[in-house]
Design a protein around this ligand. Structure first.
Ligand code: BTN
Length: 253
């Protein structure tokens, strides 16, 4: 399926601009290279196909041409560098809002997976340097099949509804939302956190999590004001700013 993104791109809010490539190793890598060469804030690099799409912690990101969206947004945020990791939560909120706009009921699996009905529909990988951040988003739009290694966990917008979606329109809606929420990582971050809290699928759940190679079980109490995960385990209440792996005890993922 050859998607025409030109009309959607023409409607992107300023300063977002779209660069479409037929094939890239990873849109995050390409956006990073372009950023180092001076590309501006707001450049969106989309690949129709990625040969080595990357997920968090070195995982692969699988995507089928035309059935899913794989793109990266280059940002040069005016906020202090310490706030840039908040872009991961902001991107999750943007994707969730876009999906909700289609009548779907997305959840955020902190920090940055988007779930539909207990399965992952989108993943977000934020990387960057001192001068820029790259927000990579993989979103399964019309995908119907997945490689065996992710088949149990993955889903798509189409699989969760009886509809087929226009990937260009989905992209435009995500960018529209991201244009707004990505500006709220500083003083207005409380609004973003409120939405994360509302959609967080981990809140109140028993989880098994791994940080720095150490696994432990406990209960997620919620999301704190800085976007951190508040977790209560045997050692008491902890505030986590990142975790290598978190699984719901009730279904092992
Ligand atoms: C994850 O769930 O672990 C994050 C997945 C991020 C995948 C996207 S697809 C577009 C961008 N390019 C990449 O190589 N990765 C991100």
């Amino acid at each position: 399926m050859h998607v025409d993104f030109s009309a959607a791109a023409a409607d992107f809010p300023d300063p977002f601009r779209l660069l479409v490539k037929d094939e890239l190793a990873s849109t995050n890598d390409e956006a990073g290279a372009l950023a180092r060469a001076g590309a501006p804030h707001g450049l969106v690099v989309l690949a129709r196909s990625q040969t080595t799409g990357r997920g968090r912690r070195g995982a692969r990101w699988f995507s089928a041409d035309g059935d899913s969206l794989t793109f990266s947004v280059l940002l040069r945020p005016p906020e202090a560098r310490e706030f840039w990791p908040r872009l991961a939560l902001a991107a999750g909120v943007a994707v969730a809002r876009a999906l909700a706009g289609y009548g779907l009921r997305p959840g955020i699996k902190w920090p940055n997976d988007i779930w539909l009905d207990d399965k992952k529909v989108a993943g977000i990988l934020v990387e960057g340097g001192d001068q820029f951040a790259i927000v990579g988003i993989g979103l399964n739009v019309n995908s119907r099949g997945f490689p065996p290694e992710v088949a149990e966990l993955a889903t798509s917008m189409a699989l969760q509804s009886s509809a087929i979606f226009d990937p260009a329109e989905v992209l435009q809606r995500v960018i529209d939302e991201f244009a707004e929420v990505s500006t709220k990582i500083g003083d207005e971050f409380a609004q973003t956190v409120a939405e994360v809290r509302q959609r967080c699928v981990l809140s109140g759940e028993e989880v098994r999590l791994v940080t720095a190679g150490v696994a432990r079980c406990g209960c997620v109490l919620g999301v704190g004001d800085a976007g951190e995960l508040v977790f209560e385990g045997a050692a008491g209440v902890e505030k986590l700013i990142q975790a290598d792996d978190i699984r719901l005890v009730r279904h092992g993922r």
